[in-house]
Design a protein around this ligand. Structure first.
Ligand code: AHM
Ligand code: MG
Length: 336
């Protein structure tokens, strides 16, 4: 019996790949993972500590906030704001970027996060997660401004998520592939369990909220209709559907056993070209998916190339198995 590679060990070893690294980044990532242990613990205690249910407030997107949204947001802010590694933070749960307290030195990184993605699922015992994206501050050592956060996803220096599922798992990438760690609650450490996760180029499994079919554009309707025709249709084989409704869980499944995930453009609200937010949902997940050999597109544009229009900008998301994503992109090209 031995402990295995701990996340802290792995982070330090990986940092050695970056000559001249100061250790700031390793410190930042280590601190962030402590919040993920804390949030996981609150999610798992759930009703025992009165953490389920709504908080009675709305966030900037007009969505009802759950108590756990607020607990998770505060946990990350408070465990990260004193570290000196950050010039600013931005979250799904806050209208504007969060300013680092006056007495703390300004660091060289920006942290963007969705503190509890899929939180409407907490009340019914379904997996949820924390998504994060780390950028370099354009100017280190001063307070970050809104414009500093509006960098395309290719600029991310790290992206990842914690999944609070049947285990608490931490999955991240700094550009050298994607690695997954499972929390061993008996010692309170994340241990490397999923080395170099890869997404096969082909798949027979897709994830989409089918109830929105009537709102989609033609290329996505065509793609999904063909999958649903199974052996009788042009794909000449059967496809299986899974939809957890927590992006972290749906993407985690794709990193573990392949698949394609779509939250496409839909025509319900012209002000919202999709449901998912670019900076702290689509970008970090697209980074992970590309690092694992998959692809991520809006249907017409590579997600990581998009110049963000605002902190909470939304985009259509189609990601996962490369050949399937390319097929959906080709259907878009054919129809416009
Ligand atoms: P949230 O950040 O408010 O939780 O919303 C994002 C979630 C994603 O995790 C998930 O893929 C999607 O919303 C599910 O949407 P729907 O309820 O339309 O199926
Ligand atoms: Mg979310």
């Amino acid at each position: 019996m031995h402990i295995g590679t701990t996340l802290s060990q792995f982070i330090i070893e990986e940092t050695r790949l970056y000559p001249g690294a100061s250790g700031d980044f390793a410190g930042l990532l280590n601190d962030l993972t402590i919040s993920c242990k804390f949030i996981g613990a609150q999610v798992y205690r759930g009703a025992l500590v009165g953490a389920l249910g709504s908080a009675g407030t709305d966030n900037v997107q007009g969505e009802v906030q759950k108590k756990l949204d607020i607990i998770s947001n505060e946990a990350i802010l408070k465990s990260m704001d004193w570290t000196g590694h950050l010039a600013g933070m931005a979250s799904e749960e806050m209208d504007d970027p969060y300013a680092i307290p006056q007495n703390v030195p300004r660091g060289k990184y920006l942290l963007l996060f969705d503190p509890l993605d899929g939180s409407s699922n907490t009340d019914v015992g379904i997996s949820v997660g924390t998504i994060f994206s780390i950028l370099k501050a354009p100017v280190a050592g001063r307070d970050a401004e809104l414009a500093d956060f509006l960098q395309p996803g290719v600029e991310q220096v790290c992206a990842g998520y914690a999944l609070y599922g049947s285990s608490n798992m931490l999955v991240y990438s700094t550009g050298y592939g994607v690695n997954g760690f499972t929390l061993d609650p008996s010692i309170g450490e994340y241990i490397l369990t999923h080395s170099q996760m890869r997404i096969p180029e082909d798949t027979s499994e897709y994830a989409i909220n089918m109830s929105n079919r009537r709102h989609w554009q033609k290329p996505v309707q065509r793609y999904i209709d063909e999958l649903n025709q199974g052996t009788d249709g042009p794909r000449q084989r059967n496809f299986n559907m899974r939809w957890v409704g927590s992006m972290v869980a749906d993407v985690h499944r794709i990193l573990c056993r392949g698949g394609i995930f779509l939250y496409p453009f839909d025509q319900r609200d012209p002000k919202k070209p999709g449901k998912l937010r670019l900076l702290y949902e689509a970008n970090p997940m697209s980074y992970l998916v590309e690092q694992a050999g998959g692809a991520a597109s809006t249907g017409t544009t590579r997600i990581l190339d998009i110049a963000p229009q605002g902190l909470h900008a939304r985009v259509p998301v189609i990601l996962g198995a490369k050949n399937e994503v390319e097929r959906v992109v080709a259907y878009h090209r054919d129809s416009f």
